[in-house]
Each structure stands twice: as C-alpha cells, then as structure tokens.
Design a protein around this ligand. Sequence first.
Ligand SMILES: C[S@@+](CC[C@H](N)C(=O)[O-])C[C@H]1O[C@@H](n2cnc3c(N)ncnc32)[C@H](O)[C@@H]1O
Length: 289
Amino acid sequence: MDATVGQGGHASAILQAAMPGGRLLGIDLDPDAREYALGRLQPYAGAAHLVAGSYTQMLELAASRGFEGPDGILLDLGLSSAQLEASGRGFSFLRDEPLDMRFDPESGPTAAAIVNTYSYEDLAEVLYKYGEEPRSRAIARAIVASRPLGTTGELAALVSGVRAGARAGVKRRRSGRIHPATRVFQALRLAVNSELESIAEGLRQAIALVRPGGRIAVIAYHSLEDRIVKSTFVRESRACVCPPGAPVCTCEHVPSLSVVTRKVVTPSWQEVTENPRSRSARLRVAQRL
Ligand SMILES: C[S@@+](CC[C@H](N)C(=O)[O-])C[C@H]1O[C@@H](n2cnc3c(N)ncnc32)[C@H](O)[C@@H]1O
C-alpha cells in the first residue's frame, strides 16, 4: 500500500518489484496527483488500484478494496514537487498564487481563511508550533494589520518585510540559506492539512492494518514530522511504557513493532547531487510483530 501515492514514483517501483502477482493500493487526497499516477501506473493496470482519501482512513479504504493485511505500507509525507511547482494552489512563496494550500481542494479551510480569520494569538501559535518561527509574534501582528491577504506573493512580501525590519539597526547577520517565508509557509500548510495530527493517526492505522511480519516505511522531511515517527516506533517497540522511575511495571503494554532502521536513513551525497530535494528526507522502517 502506498498511502501517499503522489505522482506514482514509489508506487511504480513497488509494483515493478512485486511482479508477477503483486497488487498495490495507492491513496492520495489530491485529485491531480491521482490522475497523474493513474497514467504512470498504466503498465500495471489490473494490479494498481487508486483511491481518493486520506491515509487517516486507510483501514476503511483498504477494507473496501480487499486490501486487508498488506505486506507493506509506505508513507512519503508532505507535499510533492508537482504540488510545489505547478499546482497553482499556493504552496510556494516563489510564485504569486491564491493562498489555498489544501491537498484536497474540495475540503477544509484554506490558508487564506486561517490568515484572514484567526486571532493574533492563534496565528502566532500556528507559526510557532508548526513553523518553529522565531518571529512568530511580530509576523502574526503584521498579518493582522494587513488583512485581507489573498495571495502567496502578498504574504511572502509581508514576512520578508518583518524580517528585514528586524535586521535593520541590528548588526547585520548572514542572511541564511532559506527564504525568509519558508517557516511561515510550512506552518500554514501543516495547519491547513492537519498534517502532524494526521501522521499520528496514520501510523496507528498502519500498525493495525499491516500483516504480522509486514513493514511500515515512512519518509519525513522535517524534524516535526520525523519526531512523531521516531517516537511512535520507539514506543510501539517497547515492552514497557511506564514513566521513567516507576518502581514496578503496571502498563501491560504489548509491543507491536520492531524497528528495522536502527539509525534514521538519509540520502547519500550522490543522491542529493542528483535530486537536491531529497536532502532533507529521513526514512524510518519498522516491522509488525
Ligand atoms: C511527497 S508526496 C508523495 C510522492 C510519491 N511518493 C511519489 O513517488 O510520487 C506526498 C503526497 O501525499 C499526499 N498527502 C498528503 N497528506 C495526505 C493524507 N493525509 N492522505 C493521503 N495523501 C496525502 C499529497 O497530496 C502528496 O501527493
């Protein structure tokens, strides 16, 4: 099961390795991604099944398609290059597009709704919690004072302005390698799609669904995502999850996983050279007991 099938890159590699006789269920929230993947998986027609939905519904989606107990489940988190570059849905601060950022363009609040309706306190919290943005309060204040904001270009210019203001008068620091709006855009995307909350639920369902001996592989792209994956795998592989220092074990926790990747797997220098976007990828794999 590829629970984030995207452009079907991993799915076609999985199917190739699973032939003859293998089957794959691909899930994605994004209709454009599913359409693209459908074309790409044409050579495996009959073996590839694509379904609309969230990986937070994978138990139900798998049951409805006869995919109980798959051998493996992949979660390749976040957004795809196609969504970033060409979806026109406001994922990138490098283009001027409507502030949307929903993976599923049919459901949930847009980034514009968050930016234009949240209170100052709630906005500052989103920017801090999901973007680890050090200027969260100043940026939230500037957003509230400049409403309504309609496009990515307006938001990116506003954030750059706040940062430039903060630097004026202070000894000029090196400007760093990331765009000043990177953290704000990440925060809004995570909030719009409830991404961190979804990861925890997706992992819970993946553990319940995969067959004993089957594997769950997760690729995360930043520390907030990876922390949830790591802590879930560690917790679910422990025989005891009592608080540290508890004199006797009372939790009766039954481990469900064994962690396969003792250390997180990161791309080689060569892979990063060939595909610079892979540079932040962090892969963890666990096996169902
Ligand atoms: C990094 S891309 C996956 C790329 C894919 N592995 C490939 O080879 O082309 C992440 C995909 O996950 C999808 N996605 C994000 N959150 C999701 C969710 N909760 N349920 C299902 N799909 C989701 C996005 O729409 C996007 O297409």
